[in-house]
Ligand binder design. Sequence first.
Ligand code: FMN
Length: 125
Amino acid sequence: MASILVLFGTGEGQTAKVAARIEDTLLGRGHDVTTVDVESLPADLDIETFDAILVGSSIHIGKHHEAVREFVDSNNEILNVRPTGFFQLSLSSAVDEPEQQAEAAQYVGQLPRGQAPRLVSGLPL
Ligand SMILES: Cc1cc2nc3c(=O)[nH]c(=O)nc-3n(C[C@H](O)[C@H](O)[C@H](O)COP(=O)(O)O)c2cc1C
């Protein structure tokens, strides 16, 4: 059993729904899961205590949620030594055309330098 943090930033709640689904799946596999909205980070949250960290954000006007970018930036050191995954929701992910898919992929490249998610998933939501 692993202790997993699922941290997300959302505008209208879609990313929160995906985070909840991820949480359900991980709980069903016997993991210990903590899911938090980046806008309501508990003061005592210590990300070093987690075995793995999943970070999710939607795209609004070409950018990830600002607080998610700040979280990734300020926790870069620990994110680069833990197993991590990044999930992203964007309209462009939903359009099955090379240009739109390329747009969705380039958003990931906007994450702060040094962050190298080992698993990236763009969800068409
Ligand atoms: C104000 C606004 C701006 C958006 N800008 C983009 C964008 O630049 N590129 C894109 O692919 N999708 C864009 N979208 C689509 C969202 O990424 C998509 O609807 C996502 O599921 C929203 O998730 P959320 O409710 O967690 O924020 C935008 C949506 C809204 C409401």
